[in-house]
Write a protein that binds this ligand. Sequence first.
Ligand SMILES: *Cc1c(COP(=O)(O)O)cnc(C)c1O
Length: 219
Amino acid sequence: MFNPTAYKNIQNFCQEKHVQMLAVSKMRSIEELKDLYASGHRIFGENRVQELLSKKDALPNDIEWHLIGHLQSNKVKFIAPFVRLIHSVDSLDLLQEIQIQAKKNDRIIDCLLQVHIAQENSKFGIPKEEILAFVSMLPFNNYPNIRIVGLMGMASFVENDKQIAEEFAALNKIYKTLKNNIFKNFEYFNTLSMGMSGDYELAIAEGSTLVRVGSKLFI
Ligand SMILES: *Cc1c(COP(=O)(O)O)cnc(C)c1O
């Protein structure tokens, strides 16, 4: 069930800090999403393409849809016509496919590079030790239909706030380095997507500009 009180509290907190809130609607029913929509929210995120498509069909079309989960190249074509921001770009192959599909749709698609900052092993995200080299070698000229607008990361699933804060701080450091160097002349490089239900306050304290909050919006 949608929890309007929790929603308002989190939304107010984010607004005070000038941070955007993405409502993560994965695994929630259409009814729950309609309630969220009725409260005025318009920025929704899903981690699976199929689920995103079926929800988009069932909801009003002024919603801004973000893809936050791992994206397979062969699914890019389904979201390319409308997706507002892809948070999970972590390979050249994926960038290449997004370029192809963005061009086909005559769009410019905004993307974040996903950086692996957590302790846990994960197949997803560019390792933080490699991100600067990855960006330095990007063939930007090959991607006229893509804007890389920032970075996304997920902290470790631990109780230790200090560790989580350190991981977010490390990501912010990489973000600032890129912003002040390779992306210096690109004003649109302005998005640091970090923080979820359990750690969005820590993430905001460490410089997040966009939090992805799911479970805490529901009962
Ligand atoms: C599910 C998910 C979230 C939201 O997680 P909650 O803990 O439910 O807030 C944020 N980001 C990604 C990438 C997710 O998959």
